[in-house]
Design a protein around this ligand. Structure first.
Ligand code: PBG
Length: 327
């Protein structure tokens, strides 16, 4: 059969129709803006491997959040850099710590801004692991109690959602039960359900000061070679009570995002992680890539793969771009 030559292969139409039938459009509602909070005053400390990302003291954080809100940012994800670290990660659930204070200040000033907090011990332990350690082994079950304490300390400051990123088994259930027991039924859980043991987290560990002092995270994070395992983790987290499931990182795992989206009925989040951001920034700095086009293509790809939410350090830039376009 001859291919009918006259048949248009692409939509022959005006630019406005093309815009109307576009399958994937980035919007402000897709974006979650990650922020690092430190102690002190007047601090806006650049993270060398993440140009454009800073560690903010509470006063500077307020200014950044104010700008974000004015650009239409709908959600922030907070990471705290504590004043002290010990073997039990005590500062993770210390109500006087900086992430708890940040959550309170932001919620008080912007009740409609969705505040999500990272729940993990790695920024708070002196050994830098996400759980308690005994004789070089991660103690899964005793870590759970501390994660619950951490989530509760955030809930008490009014956060909308907690995001456990540690990958201990059973953490979603433990946190859900802990929250419900204290009357925080409305606080939701975004679980890092499929979190890979990835080389893309390097710059984040610089930003959050959370590199493990020995060993690696391979015993509790997933093997990049596996995608069926991701579905298993997602299923478990959903059974345990997760409200949103996350895949992390995003770019090397678009197939995983797609599979997770196809097999769950919950919203799916994707974390466009620090290494993915740093690669773009480095190439742009060298003049090898044009930033805006690259960022839009990457984030559109992540959304097209199935992400309902994208956690990205590009959030403010994208918000600016969308604002400019909508005139
Ligand atoms: C753990 C955590 C990590 C990231 C978010 N939460 C680091 C890790 O697992 O080592 C990485 C995010 C990024 O690279 O942007 N609390």
């Amino acid at each position: 059969m001859r291919y009918p030559q006259h048949r248009p292969r692409r939509l022959r139409s005006s630019a406005s129709l093309r815009q109307m039938v576009k399958e994937t459009t980035l919007s402000l509602e897709d974006l979650v803006y990650p922020l690092f909070v430190v102690h002190g005053k007047g601090i806006k400390e650049p993270v060398p491997s993440l140009p454009g990302v800073y560690q903010y003291s509470l006063d500077c954080l307020q200014e950044e959040v104010k700008e974000g809100v004015s650009l239409g940012i709908k959600a922030v994800l907070l990471f705290g850099i504590p004043a002290y670290k010990d073997s039990k990660g005590s500062s993770a659930y210390d109500s006087e710590e900086v992430i708890q204070k940040a959550a309170r200040i932001i919620k008080d000033s912007y009740p409609h801004l969705l505040v999500i907090t990272d729940v993990c011990l790695c920024e708070y332990t002196d050994h830098g692991h996400c759980g308690l350690v005994k004789e070089g082994q991660i103690l899964n079950d005793s870590t759970l109690e501390l994660l619950v304490e951490t989530a509760l300390s955030h809930a008490r400051e009014g956060v909308d959602m907690v995001a456990p990123s540690d990958m201990m088994d059973g953490r979603v259930k433990a946190i859900r039960e802990g929250l419900d027991r204290e009357g925080f039924e409305k606080v939701s859980i975004m679980s890092y359900a499929a979190k890979y043991s990835s080389a893309f987290y390097g710059p984040f560990r610089e930003a959050a000061g959370s590199s493990p002092s020995f060993g690696d995270r391979k015993t509790y994070q997933m093997d990049p070679a596996n995608s069926r395992e991701a579905l298993k983790e997602v299923k478990m987290d959903i059974e345990e009570g997760a409200d949103i499931v996350m895949v992390k990182p995003a770019l090397a795992y678009l197939d995983v995002i797609n599979r997770v989206k196809a097999e769950t009925l919950l919203p799916v989040a994707a974390y466009n992680v620090s290494g993915e951001y740093a690669m773009v920034k480095a190439a742009v700095e060298k003049g090898w890539l044009e930033e805006e086009g690259i960022v839009e293509e990457i984030l559109t790809g992540i959304k097209r793969a199935g992400a309902d939410l994208i956690i990205t350090y590009f959030a403010m830039d994208v918000a600016r771009m969308l604002n400019r376009r909508s005139g």
